[in-house]
Design a protein around this ligand. Structure first.
Ligand SMILES: NC(=O)c1ccc[n+]([C@@H]2O[C@H](COP(=O)([O-])OP(=O)(O)OC[C@H]3O[C@@H](n4cnc5c(N)ncnc54)[C@H](OP(=O)(O)O)[C@@H]3O)[C@@H](O)[C@H]2O)c1
Length: 228
C-alpha cells in the first residue's frame, strides 16, 4: 500500500519504519512540510491508499478534515480530539471513507484488558484493587488514558465495588507500565503490562491500515483488533 505517515516524532517515525518492514511504501510528513495542511490537498493525496496520523492535538482536526474530504482512509493515533468525535464520525460517513482511531493501538494492551476484565471479578469476592501506572517524565497527562480505561473496565466488571484507585509515577524513560494488584486477606494477584518500546503502537496502527483497505466506516480499534 502507499501510506502517508503524518508526524515524524517518536511514534510516527516508528510507524514509517514498520510500514516499510511490512513491504508498504511509506512517505512521512512532519510539521514543516504540512503548514496549514499544505501536504493534504486532493492532488497530493491522489496516490495515497491511507493516511496514518501520529501528530498533535493542535493540528489533528485539520488533518482529519483534509484527508477525509479528499476521500482517504485514515488511522488516527493522535489523542486529544475526542470532544469532536461526533463531527468526525459524520464527516467520515458523509464522505464514505474508512476510519480507525484509538488512544492505544497496542494489541498487547488490548489482550491485557481482556485478562484484567476476567480478573476484576475478584472485586466481587472480598478483594480490593489498585492500579499503578509508570511513564517517562515528559508524559504530560496523568493518569494515563490506559489506566483510566483499566479503571473503567474494572468498574464494569464489578459495578458495586468502590472505584479502584490509580497511582501515577513519572520517571526516567519508562515507555508505559501498568500494574493491577488485587488483594484479599488470604492472597494477592499481580497483573502487569510493560511496553518495551513504542513498537506495539506503531505495529497496531499499520495493521489497522491494512485491515481498513477493504472497508468503509468509522471504527474504534478496541472493537476491531481481534479481526487483524
Ligand atoms: N494511539 C496510540 O497508540 C498512541 C501511542 C503513542 C502516542 N500517541 C499519540 O500520538 C501523538 C504523537 O505522539 P508522539 O509521542 O509520537 O509525539 P512527538 O514525538 O511529539 O511527535 C509528534 C510529531 O508531529 C509532528 N507534527 C506536528 N504538527 C504536524 C502537522 N501539522 N503535520 C505533520 N506533522 C506534524 C511534529 O513535527 P515537528 O517535530 O516538526 O514539530 C512531531 O514530529 C500524541 O497525540 C500521542 O498522545 C498515541
Amino acid at each position: 500500500m502507499n501510506l502517508l505517515v503524518l508526524g515524524r516524532g517518536k511514534t510516527g517515525s516508528l510507524v514509517a519504519e514498520i510500514a516499510a518492514e511490512r513491504r508498504h511504501h511509506a512517505h512521512s510528513v512532519g510539521a514543516k512540510d504540512n503548514v496549514d495542511g499544505s501536504a493534504l490537498t486532493a492532488a497530493k493525496l491522489s496516490d495515497v491508499a491511507a493516511v496514518i496520523d501520529f501528530t498533535a492535538p493542535h493540528c489533528i482536526l485539520a488533518n482529519i478534515e483534509a484527508c477525509v474530504k479528499a476521500g482517504k482512509n485514515m488511522v488516527v493515533g493522535t489523542t486529544g480530539w475526542y470532544e469532536d468525535i461526533d463531527h468526525v464520525r459524520s464527516l467520515v460517513e458523509r464522505h464514505k471513507t474508512g476510519f480507525v482511531y484509538a488512544p492505544n493501538f497496542s494489541i498487547g494492551v488490548h489482550l491485557f484488558f481482556d485478562v484484567v476484565r476476567a480478573a476484576a471479578t475478584a472485586l466481587r469476592h472480598e478483594y480490593s484493587g489498585q492500579i499503578f501506572e509508570r511513564h517517562h517524565v515528559s508524559k504530560k497527562d496523568a493518569p494515563s488514558g490506559t489506566a483510566i480505561a483499566l479503571q473503567r473496565l474494572m468498574r464494569e466488571a464489578s459495578p458495586r465495588h468502590e472505584e479502584v484507585e490509580i497511582t501515577s509515577f513519572r520517571e526516567g524513560e519508562v515507555v508505559g507500565l501498568h500494574e493491577i494488584v488485587l488483594e484479599s486477606a488470604a492472597d494477592r494477584i499481580y497483573l502487569c503490562h510493560d511496553a518495551k518500546s513504542r513498537r506495539g503502537f506503531a505495529e497496531g496502527a499499520v495493521r489497522a491500515a491494512e485491515w481498513l483497505a477493504v472497508k468503509k466506516g468509522f471504527y474504534e480499534f478496541k472493537d476491531v483488533w481481534r479481526e487483524l
